[in-house]
Ligand binder design. Structure first.
Ligand code: ATP
Length: 386
């Protein structure tokens, strides 16, 4: 049951939950203004000193005003847990917005659903295949991998790209699709009762067709137009917060919302910093930030600057162009190793008809060395706008 009141805010409904808390639609009882209240129930309960620090840090955020940065109005403590009060965005997360591009749901003419009536599941429930969410997978993985690891992926749940669906179809659905393929059966007659082991060429053909359908979907001009426009707005938001000496630290698709006027809002900046102490760990030793989007330097716990956010932007762009993450290891330690040591597969090798310009930008953002990336969000904007 959601609380009825959080400080002076009357809770109307739950908008969604993330790794560290729950977001409510609420009304400010003093003004009747609608707001979004994020209650950080997964964060450590605050002592008086931490509550003072929260208030101090959010003084800076409350001064920020940019069309692409969500407004933060207030912070407080409710039953020991911090909450922040934000502008209420009637819109979709970036991934859902792109998924709906070109459909009625995505048109700006009023069918753009509010978070409440949204037709698609939350980003984090998108599966990478097999039905389980990436968040669940990774939470399980992180448990398996438990030991002394500082990563607690259940605290900062990962999200998987919603487009990455086809090639993971189960044996049964592959069989159904294979049966529908209008090609000579190279494997002789197939007994429908045999559950697996389709002849290789036929399975490969099905997989190729699924892959083609998936990349056709990714490359739809309407979708790519929206992607590019949204990325440009994210760059503007990043340039603004970086210009104010802030690093987001937890940039990911669910922290980017798009409203009915296609205006992008960057959310949750500063939150990771508050939850972390200077070494990037929470009080109980968990690393802060979403592992899948973290730069090598963030994984290593090194001092961060704006270029760490640009790396995360590269992961987002890579996923949205190719339909899969640049690194897909299933355990935190293996993912960590990939981020530090492995070059991501070329986007254009995964999505043969992908946009070469956007792919180039993504790969440069994903360089391991911050010096090798674009150095500023303005530079990324220029490269995207070319
Ligand atoms: N200001 C807002 N206005 C409207 N809806 C919001 C707002 N902030 C968050 N939401 C909705 O609430 C959902 C949950 O948000 P939340 O920030 O808790 O999750 P997250 O970003 O997925 O995860 P995490 O907290 O781990 O970053 C979001 O997906 C979004 O749909």
């Amino acid at each position: 049951m959601p609380p009825k009141l959080i400080g002076p805010y009357r809770v109307m409904e739950t908008l969604g939950s993330g790794g560290v808390g729950t977001v409510y639609r609420a009304l400010d009882r003093r003004t009747n203004d609608p707001v979004a209240v994020k209650l950080l129930s997964a964060a450590p309960a605050l002592d008086t000193r931490a509550a003072r620090r929260l208030a101090r840090e959010y003084e800076t955020l409350a001064d920020l005003a940019h069309p692409n940065v969500v407004r933060v109005f207030d912070v407080g403590v409710f039953q020991g847990y911090p909450y922040l009060v934000m502008e209420l965005i009637e819109g979709l997360t970036l991934r859902n917005y792109l998924d709906l591009a070109g459909t009625d749901m995505g048109s700006p003419s009023g069918s753009f659903s509010s978070p409440r009536s949204r037709a698609l599941p939350e980003d984090d429930s998108d599966s990478w295949g097999g039905g389980d969410s990436a968040a669940e997978d990774d939470a399980e993985d992180s448990n398996e991998d438990a030991g002394p690891s500082p990563f607690d992926l259940s605290a900062f749940a990962e999200e998987g790209p919603s487009e990455d669906v086809g090639v993971h179809a189960g044996a049964a659905s592959l069989r159904a699709l294979a049966d529908a393929v209008d090609e000579p059966d190279t494997g002789g007659s197939m007994d429908i009762d045999v559950p697996v082991n389709l002849p290789d060429p036929k399975v490969q053909l099905v997989e190729r067709r699924i892959q083609e359908a998936r990349t056709d979907e990714l490359n739809r001009p309407e979708r790519l137009g929206r992607l590019k426009d949204a990325m440009l707005q994210v760059c503007e938001a990043l340039a603004y917060i970086h210009g104010h000496g802030l690093v987001h630290r937890d940039l990911k698709p669910s922290n980017i919302m798009v409203d009915e006027d296609r205006q992008v809002r960057l959310m949750d900046f500063g939150l990771a910093k508050f939850l972390a102490d200077d070494g990037g760990l929470t009080g109980d030793g968990r690393m802060v930030g979403t592992f899948r989007y973290m730069s090598p330097e963030q994984i290593l716990g090194e001092p961060l600057d704006a270029r760490a956010d640009l790396y995360s932007l590269g992961v987002i762009l890579y996923e949205l162009l190719s339909g899969r993450p640049p690194f897909d290891a299933k355990t935190p330690s293996a993912l960590w190793q990939q981020v530090l040591e492995v070059e991501p597969a070329p986007i254009l090798a995964i999505n043969l008809k992908g946009d070469p310009q956007l792919a180039r930008v993504a790969h440069r953002l994903l360089r391991k060395e911050p010096d090798d990336r674009f150095q500023t969000a303005e530079e990324v904007y220029e490269a995207l706008a070319e």
